[in-house]
Structures are given as C-alpha cells and as structure tokens.
Design a protein around this ligand. Structure first.
Ligand SMILES: Nc1ncnc2c1ncn2[C@@H]1O[C@H](COP(=O)(O)OP(=O)(O)OP(=O)(O)O)[C@@H](O)[C@H]1O
Ligand SMILES: [Mg+2]
Length: 1058
C-alpha cells in the first residue's frame, strides 16, 4: 500500500482542496486536481472497497455538496469508531503518554500559529507506539501530520487568506509589507528556519487550555472538527464567494491602513487589493501602467488628497488614473464617488464597464442619466456607491446631498472632459455643481481631466487644484492636410504650418471628379476595408450623402469583405428599427459603410458603433457626436471640411476629432487628414498651430440657467442668506475668478445684486420681514414656495412663471379622457422654439383626435380654424401665440408616440427624423419628472402628483409595459429588451442569474462582451434594489429613539453622566 494512502492530510491550502469532503481528505494523500487515484474506503459491511475515482474536482457550486457522501463517520466500524477503540487501548497502556504528547503538541503549535517541522513529523512516526499493530492499523488510515492538522480548526477562508497574503507579500517583494500582514508568518515547512521554530516553541507559554485539551478524547476532538467542517462546508451561500470576500475584505483592510499610514508602501496595487490589478487585466486588457500614469498616481498632492487637474493628449489613458483613484476612495476610504461624464451614451458605457468591478469588489454602480437616478440617493450603510452621472443629473444629485446635509458622503468627484466647463449652459451647470461642492464640503476631493485645456491656471484657482500634464500619446498621431490633390504634413516648425508630403494617387474619371471633388473615395480606399476610417462631416445630411456617394464608386470586392457578418448585421439593424430599414443604410452597409448622427435612434447608433468596433463596418461618416471621449478604432480620421454646420472649427474641436484616430489598444498607428479648400487655406495655421482656446465661464451669459439659478439655490439650500454671502460665494466661482481678471464693466457685486433683484421680481425670492430696514447687503433673503418648487424641479427659470400659469389654468378644466392634456403640460418649453409644424400634418392629426382631445386644443388656445387656415395657406389676422401652437404640435407627436410606441412610424407620420422624435421623447420624460417635483412643492397642484408620476413612467419607457423592467438595466434598449423578453428573460432577476453563454446562443446578434455586460449590469441593479429594500426593512423595524415613556440607552447614559 502506498504511503500516501495511509495519511490523513487536511490541507486547506488551495481553494479546490478546501472543498473536498472530509472522506476524501481523510482517505487520500496529497491530491492534485485531474489526477486519477485509487482510493480505499470502508464499506458498511466492514470490508474495504477499492474504487477508482477521478480527482478532477468540479467547480464548487454552493450548498448542495454532500460532505460525507453517504459515509457515516460516527457509525460502528467508521474511522472514528476505530480511533475510539485505539484511544481506549492506549490510554490504558503504559505508553499512553505518547498520545498525550501528540495531543499537546498539536494544541501548542496551533496556539502559536507555527507549523511543525518535518523533524516533528519524523519524531512522531518513529515513536514506539507507532509500531504496535493497532497503531499500524490506525496509521494505514490515519497518519496525523501535525503541520496539516493545525489548520483543521482554522476556517478555510483564513487558511486561504494566509496563503493569499503570503503570495501578495511575495509579489510586493517588500519586507515591510510582509510585516504588516499579521498572518504572513504562516510559511511552508521549509521556509521557516528550525532555530526560529525551536525558539518559538521554547518561548511558548503553557496554557491551561492545553491541559484541558489533553483531557479531551481524540475521538471527541475529531468528531467536533468533523462536525465543524461539515457545518462549515455547507454554507448558505457559495463558499467560493465567501472565501473571495474574506480575502478581499482583508486585503482592503490592509490597503486602508496602508493608505492612512501614508508610507511609501503602495500596497499590492496602488493601495488597492491585488485583485483590482487582475480585474484591469481581465476586463480592460491593461497589464501595465504607462510611466505617466504611475507618476501621476504617486504624486504627493494626491497622497495629500489635494484636488488635481491633469491633461494629456487624446488617447493618453487618462481614464485609468481616474478609475484607480475612484476605487481607492470606494474601497479604502469607504466613501461614495461621483463621476461626471458629458453624454448619456458615455455614462451608460461606463456603467456597463464598471459594473463588473462593482460586483467583484463590492460597491454599487448607480446610473444618473436621462430619467434614471434617485434623488436624494439611497443612504447605504454597507457598500459604497459610485454614481456615474451626466452633467445635469450630477448637479441634481449634489443639490440633494447638500440639502440633506450629506455632501460629506462624497469622498471624490471626477470630471471627465473638464474643458466642457466653458461650453454653454451645460458648462454653467458643471461650474455651479463644482462651486457648490467646493464651498460646502472641505473633505470632497475633485479631480478633473481633459485633453484640451489651455487656461489651466484659472481652472486651478477655481478648483484649488494642482496640475499635472504630459505630452504622452501611446500611439503616434500624424496630422495631414489635403489641398486639391496634394497631401501636406502638419509641421508647426514650418512657416506655413505644413510641408509637402505626397501627391494623391488617383485616377478619377470626369464623372467621379464631379461627384467627388474632394477625393474622398481615394482617401478612404487607402485604408478600408482592412482598417477603419471615420469621416467627420459638417452636417447630418452631408453624412448621409457622403456615405452614399462613396458606395457608388466602390468596386464589388468591397461587398465580399465580411459579407456574411454584414448580412447578419443588416438583419439586426432591421430588428432594432422595428422592422423598417433606413434606405441609405440598406445601400451602404453591404459595403461596410454607414452614417452616424443624432437623427438615428439610440438603438441604431448603438448597434452601428458595435459593428464598427468589431470591424464589420469599416467606415462611419459622422457629425461631431463621435468627437469626444469615444474609444472607437480609426486608422484614419478624415475631416470633410473645417466646419461644424456653418461655423469654422475651433482648435479644441479639431483636436478632439483627430484624437479619435490611433486609439491605444485598438490601433497601432493613427493619422488625420483635414480637407481644405483654397479659400480656407489662410485659416489653417490657426487651426493646427495656435494654442487651444481658453475656457470661459458661461455663468454670466446663461442668465436663467446660470447665475439666477445658482443664486436661487444658494438661498434655497441655505448656503448663503444675503447678498454679502452670495458675493462671497461668487468670488470663488470660475466666473468670479475670470470676472476679476477681465474686469468687465459691471462689477461682480453689481451682477449679483441685479440677479437677486430679478429673482425677487419673478417671485422666487423675498426679503425676510424682520430685516426690511437693514442694509441691502445684510438683508436676509428667503426662498418663496414658487422658488422652492422651481429649485426642486431644476427648472430653467425662464419658464417657471409660464409653467405655474399653465398648470394653474389646467386645474380649471383638466381633460383626463386621454393623456393629451397632461402631455401638453409637460412638453418641454425649450424644444418649442425650434419646432416648425407641417400644417397639413397638423391638420390631419388634429382631425384624428376625438372630441375630448380637440377640446384640449381649444382650452390651451389653438382653434381648428387656425390650423385649417394655416394648412390652406390663408392669411391670419388674429394674433396667435406661436409658442402654444408649436407646443401643441409637439404634444401631438408625443401623444401619438405613447399610443403607438413606435418611433419609426411616428417619425414618418410627422415627417421628422426618428432621432429627433426620440430626443423629444427623452426631453419630455425628463421635463415631466421636473414638473412632478415642481408640483410636489406646491400644495395647490396636489392633483398633478399622482398623474405625473404615472406619465413620467410612461414617457421614460415608451414601450409595452412588459419590457419596462428589462429596460431599467443599463444598456438594454427597446429592441434588445424585446428579444430578451421573447426568449423568456422577463425580469431583472432572470438576467442577473442568466448564463452569458446561454444568452449568446439564444439571443441573435449578441456578442459575448455584450452578454457579459448585460448580466453584470442586471446583477448590479438587482443588488442595489435588494439592498435598498433591506435597508428599508431595517429602518421600518428600528424602534424610534423618542418613544414616549421609554428611556433610550443613549439618554440613559446622558442621565448617568449628568
Ligand atoms: N496602461 C495602459 N496600457 C494599455 N492600454 C491602456 C493603458 N491605459 C489606457 N489604455 C487604453 O488606451 C485607450 C485610451 O484610453 P482613454 O480612453 O483613457 O484615453 P483618454 O486619455 O481618456 O483619451 P480622450 O481624451 O480621447 O478621452 C483605452 O482603450 C484604454 O484601455
Ligand atoms: Mg477620455
């Protein structure tokens, strides 16, 4: 018989080993996965059976594993029974002291966490007792290896952690780090010098417990250990998961301490658990940080938690640094994090990519975009949250945290594309958000990043931030210009800013020359179909025309490239387009070409981007929608003209567009070609060579969305109470800083005074009655009910008065026969001015309304005769409010959309682009929820509350009710929701528990990456919901501290101390 067969080894040193049943452990020698091994086991008839068993251990699947596999360890003839017999004999024999020694040895060593050496083992084996026949029999089954035995009472997680810690300390190769782990002394037998062990043993204090243990029978102890193991190995949740969590939480604790100690030791991975490093490899394919990323992460200012702005060229890898900083905050400092991104699509992409990290590392990823995102956020006691938000939603979130006195819960705010602070009303909202955080929380760190910053000092002053920059770009980007048929290379050292590079090789027929005077076909065919190409066009229509034109001149070979995949993709495109297919795309996709702009639905854009990312499509003609922050492959970026619509490109815009070429990890080379006409030649030097534009605050320009909205919230949120307080706040804003520098005619004080006066005129603020006679600067201000409602509704203050009047008028005779009247009241005002009704369509749609719905038109002030006259081109004498007429037209679009739930059909009916219709719907959903919050603050509008709650839901998910739960999952749009629903995945829970591999097999056109992202997003959503409910339950059951007639422990203490 082999020696190994007679040895009990209870190693819990690897995950797989820890999962073995005791029977396996007891009977086998050292087991290696995959190894075939003969094993002997005791049958119930007392005879031994030999069986061959594959030791390839299955993946642990939770609680179902039968630990003893039918083997009764306490029965007669069982292993324990034998131990008992032996024990009885030996306790009576003169040598019984040996057994006692064996007991005490194992007890002692366990107490000091030291593993016995080989020499101990030899010692035990060579004792006399081992030679007795009974002992031999015991030894056949049971050779106690003290070192291993020591671990039998150690929970598996701890044993695993011991090993894990050892691994990571080895990884770190840092002696101090080893010391910092309390259990790192758990080395293998050979690692520990004998003298050291001897020393430890000698210095071991004798405990009375060991005496007690000595008296316990071996059988009892084994029994209890086995029972313990049995219990331990039948957990409610997956043991593997528990082990992982135990390791992780220990690592996080260590990391937390390391971070707090601010020593040079960075922990396994920038103060984070080594698992984070693995996740970056696994999910992002990033194995090593760039030097600049390492330098940036180890900046002293970051260790001191100072604010930081960092700027690197496009594709420099800025995101990774921000992500590591966010994880440090979530895991080590245990604070929530807000990440602000510019577009809904980018927010969704980020949610999908970080959900895996959240699930593996134990934090929530919450979406704040469109109509998603709870305000105020749920206060979570356990795990922390990463809020990923658009600029507008981020502002709402910050307001709610300030109002609730919870702003300090935000440990870190990260702003991507920080240069957007200088762009219109969105820039103003971003500035307001950051200014409020800076003013109200001294502990929240702010990190901003961008590829296109110039006046950094002003931004630094505003954000009180340090600055880091580098010119690093992992993939070199070559810039070219094309004038006529010559290509020039941009060369800032040259006088003109460019030097000759080559002549374009192209044999153009007269017809082709006429159709393609800019040689686009020649330029793109140098790259496609093997590499990808983006062509930026000035307008949406131009995108479509260019895509169409290029295809007309491509030879048939292009059709053959990835033909089947393109054919599949077209089917998918048709599927996401409700069975319709855009005629342009139908023509261009077979060539691997498509257009991309805001006239497409978000479903279409998403699938087009995916097809382009995987190379099924090799060319996208696009507007600036794909210009910033997007990570798509592009060997070559062509700028069709240096214009966006009719505006000459700004340097920043140019830089962002060309920056889409040569993305790290996707492409190894990148180049851009700007097509110029002779007339624009003189402008080019500025475009390619001048410094980036400065960003300027838009707070002062955006009166109602900017400064007035800020001042209202300062009073409403009690950040300031009078003009003096407001001025103090304003001095620290980006606007305030620039105002000082630029010393414009009006002083900041005057601007603030004027804005306050306007707010009071609008009835949004008022002076407190007590201070009527005080000096103006000291006079306390308070927010009115209307002001509070406008603040809560995050309304553009230009419309709050009109909204109030419209709602008030609605109360006089709200038509509830259909949704039309309510829809009219919640149609966004800011979309009305751009609306140009088609009067024939207006009339046709009006005719389709029933009498109750036509009454709505009359109530709001649009008569049938007006529409008829307009449709027939007659002159109209009576003055009619165009805003109302246009608003009703948009309401009809939305009303039809709610009825038909088909963007395509509605866009055809109203002759609008499907993207515009979808955009209108999204705008209406957001505005409806704003109106709801507005009404919640005004008692007189109580009736609207329930009605608008329902309507917000309907507008947010303008799909069949069954699909709504699935569409709550980030990245699941209507067409995907339909597919999933039809395949039987009807709820978030179905998807959270789905196997991505099964999903790929059952859902058409679903890639592995997408399947995994859907499952992890669903898991994340489910976790969030479950935890929110649990917390609600806890809140509900927690006895209030102020129950009359009872004394709470804290008040008792208080009494005692008094
Ligand atoms: N250390 C690294 N090793 C390999 N690839 C990396 C590394 N860091 C980042 N990347 C990859 O580089 C690409 C570009 O990174 P990222 O999106 O962060 O660029 P960026 O600096 O934000 O550019 P932009 O200003 O255009 O948004 C990504 O695909 C990212 O995964
Ligand atoms: Mg970026």
């Amino acid at each position: 018989m082999e020696d190994s067969g007679s040895v009990i080894r209870r190693r819990v040193s690897t995950r797989k080993r820890s999962r073995r049943s005791l029977r396996e452990t007891a009977a086998a020698g050292p087991l290696e996965p995959g190894q075939e091994q003969e094993r002997e086991e005791e049958g119930t008839d007392g005879r031994r059976r030999r069986r061959s068993e594959s030791l390839e251990l299955p993946e642990y699947d939770g609680s179902e594993e039968d630990m003893f596999d039918g083997y009764d360890s306490f029965a007669e003839n069982s292993f324990l029974a034998q131990v008992d017999v032996l024990e009885q004999k030996y306790m009576q024999s003169p040598e019984h002291g040996i057994i006692e020694k064996l007991y005490s040895k194992s007890t002692e060593t366990r107490e000091f966490d030291v593993i016995a050496t080989d020499s101990d083992l030899t010692e035990v084996k060579t004792r006399d007792y081992c030679n007795s026949p009974e002992t031999l029999r015991l030894q056949e089954n049971v050779t106690i290896e003290p070192g291993d035995d020591l671990l039998c009472d150690v929970p598996c997680s701890q044993a695993l952690y011991i090993e894990k810690v050892k691994d990571s300390s080895n990884d770190l190769n840092n002696p101090s780090a080893k010391e910092s782990y309390p259990l790192s002394s758990h080395q293998t037998l050979n690692d520990i010098p004998v003298e050291q062990l001897q020393e430890k043993k000698n210095s071991s204090p004798k405990h009375t417990e060991s005496d007690l243990n000595r008296r316990r029978s071996l059988k009892d102890r084994l029994k209890s250990a086995m029972t313990g193991n049995a219990k331990a190995q039948t957990p409610k949740f997956s043991k593997r998961k528990q082990l992982k969590e135990a390791i992780l939480s220990e690592e996080i604790n260590v990391a937390k301490k390391t971070l707090e100690s601010s020593s040079d030791d960075l922990g396994p991975f920038y103060s984070l658990p080594s698992k984070v490093r693995d996740l970056f490899v696994q999910y992002k394919g990033i194995k090593k940080l760039y030097d600049w990323q390492h330098t940036c992460l180890t900046l002293t200012c970051l260790q001191q938690r100072k604010n930081l702005i960092y700027s690197l060229p496009t594709s420099g890898g800025k995101t990774l640094v921000a992500e590591i900083l966010m994880l440090q905050e979530l895991l080590c400092r245990q604070k929530n994090v807000l990440m602000i991104l510019p577009y809904v699509a980018i927010v969704q992409e980020k949610i999908s990519s970080l959900s895996n990290f959240g699930i593996e590392l134990g934090f929530f990823v919450e979406e704040y975009a469109g109509s998603k995102g709870r305000v105020p956020p749920i206060k979570r006691r356990g795990k922390k949250s990463l809020y990923i938000a658009t600029i507008e939603k981020g502002h709402g979130l910050v307001n709610s945290l300030i109002e609730e006195g919870r702003i300090n819960e935000l440990g870190l705010v990260v702003v991507d594309e920080l240069h957007m602070i200088g762009e219109g009303s969105r820039g103003a909202i971003l500035e307001i958000t950051l200014a409020k955080i800076l003013y109200t929380s001294k502990t929240t760190q702010i990190i901003g990043m961008s590829a296109t910053l110039n006046n950094v000092e002003e931004l630094q002053e505003f954000l009180n931030a340090e600055y880091y920059t580098s010119k690093f770009r992992p993939v070199e980007l070559k810039e070219y210009l094309k004038i006529n048929d010559t290509i020039y290379e941009v060369d800032i050292k040259a006088e003109k800013g460019y030097t000759f590079s080559r002549l374009l090789k192209c044999k153009y027929s007269d017809h082709l020359k006429k159709m393609d005077p800019d040689h686009l076909v020649a330029l793109v065919t140098e790259v496609i179909p093997n590499y990808s190409c983006l062509v930026f066009c000035p307008t949406k229509k131009n995108c479509e025309n260019v895509a169409d034109m290029i295809c007309k001149f491509l030879n048939k070979d292009y059709l053959k490239h990835r033909e089947k995949e393109k054919c599949d993709f077209l089917k998918n495109l048709k599927n996401v387009s409700n069975g319709s297919l855009c005629p342009v795309l139908k023509r261009t996709v077979p060539f691997g070409i498509a257009y991309h702009h805001s006239g497409l639905t978000s479903d279409e854009r998403k699938v087009l981007e995916e097809a382009y990312a995987t190379g099924v499509l090799c060319l996208l003609t696009c507007t600036s929608t794909l210009a910033a922050g997007v990570n798509l492959p592009a060997r070559r970026v062509i700028l069709r003209a240096p214009y966006i619509a009719t505006q000459f490109l700004k340097r920043n815009q140019y830089q962002q567009m060309i920056g889409r070429a040569g993305r790290a990890g996707i492409d190894t080379v990148g180049e851009s070609i700007l097509i110029l006409q002779e007339k624009d030649k003189h402008l080019v030097l500025n475009l390619v060579n001048s410094p980036l534009e400065n960003c300027y605050s838009h707070l002062g320009q955006e009166i109602t969305k900017g400064i007035q909205s800020l001042l209202l919230s300062l009073i409403g949120l009690k950040i300031a109470k009078n003009l003096e307080g407001i001025y103090h706040f304003m001095c620290a804003t980006f606007f305030g800083i620039q105002q000082k520098r630029l010393s414009e005619e009006k002083s900041l004080w005057e601007i603030c005074r004027k804005a306050l006066a306007s707010l009071m005129e609008k009835g949004l603020l008022q002076k407190r009655s007590v201070c009527k006679n005080e000096e103006e600067s000291q006079c306390e201000l308070q927010i009115t009910k209307l002001g509070q409602a406008s603040l809560k509704g995050t309304l553009d203050l230009a419309y709050c008065g009109t909204l109030y009047k419209d709602l008030k008028k609605g109360l006089e005779g709200l038509v509830l026969e259909s949704y039309l009247h309510l829809i009219y009241l919640t149609t966004p005002y800011d979309m009305v001015s751009q609306c140009r009704p088609d009067w024939m369509i207006y009339l046709r749609q009006f005719d389709h309304l029933n009498s109750g719905e036509q009454k709505v038109a009359a109530i709001v002030g649009v008569s049938e005769s007006f529409i008829t006259k307009k449709a027939s081109g007659q002159a109209i004498k009576k003055d009619v409010d165009r805003n109302i007429v246009n608003r009703l037209y948009l309401s009809l679009v939305l009303f039809t959309l709610l009825k038909e739930t088909n963007v395509w059909r509605v866009s055809e009916k109203f002759n609008m682009s499907r993207g515009y219709v979808q955009n209108l719907l999204n705008g209406a959903a957001s505005f409806c929820s704003c109106v709801l919050h507005f009404c919640e603050e005004l008692e007189e509008f109580w009736v609207y509350r329930a009605l608008l709650t329902e309507l917000t839901k309907k507008l947010s998910y303008c799909v069949k009710a069954d699909l709504v739960p699935l569409m709550e999952i980030t990245g699941v749009l209507e067409s995907r929701a339909k597919q999933l629903y039809d395949a039987g995945y009807k709820t978030v829970t179905h998807l959270a528990n789905a196997d991505p591999e099964v999903l790929i097999r059952t859902i058409n056109h679903l890639s592995r990456r997408q399947a995994k992202q859907i499952v992890s997003s669903a898991k994340m959503l489910l976790n969030e919901k479950a935890e929110a409910l649990q917390e609600e339950v806890e809140d509900l059951l927690r006895p209030p501290s102020d129950i009359p007639g009872t004394t709470t422990p804290s008040s008792k203490n208080h009494e005692l101390t008094q």
